[in-house]
Design a protein around this ligand. Sequence first.
Ligand SMILES: NC(=O)CC[C@H](N)C(=O)O
Length: 226
Amino acid sequence: MKIAVIVFPGSNCDIDIYEALATVCQANVDYVSSKQTDLTGYDAVMLPGGFSYGDYLRAGAIARFAPVMGAVVKMAQQGRPVFGTCNGFQILTEAGLLPGALKRNDCQQFICKTVPLEVVNNQTLFTSQYEEHERIALPIAHADGSYYADQATLDDLEDHHQVVFRYAAENPNGSLRNIAGITNRRGNVLGMMPHPERAVEALLGNTDGLRLFKSLLENGRVKVED
Ligand SMILES: NC(=O)CC[C@H](N)C(=O)O
């Protein structure tokens, strides 16, 4: 399985995802510039966290028009795994690959801390190695992480088991229904504000993110028609 980590101008978690996959999981992974237009040969694509294009206009709003995004949309339409964390999640909503939007945190501040989460759905290709309703803890680091969607969209997400992670115990940013991560209806596109790639080694004090990448490596090689 071959994985692309997209590097946008302003990405700052690309190395973290690369190392989580390449060094910790021994996976076959490449950095791919957002200027590329072709992702042929890749089985999965990762959109990292950061401040793509300086978060100007809105976080993810400019990155959504980067040359590589046509190929990312194609991968999503083919059913291949597409994962976005933090700024990657913001880009996925701006691109229309996931519903809703990420607004400024309720507290109007950048928040950087580890928060408790519930794994709401372990029946996805990204979460199969977690227990259903398992409590984990992952770091968050964002200013624009308050998940918003209209009531009908929220109901639709819940009805189709698309809410994958919820903030547990506390809601750090005002996200509606405590939503921390969602998939598309098909389940092959996951966006989440917490950073699993920052919690993959005992040396970092937390390994709760590791099983997300292991799940992806176990399940992520899907047969598709080009
Ligand atoms: N680490 C991140 O990706 C967070 C940056 C993000 N653009 C924000 O909301 O502040």
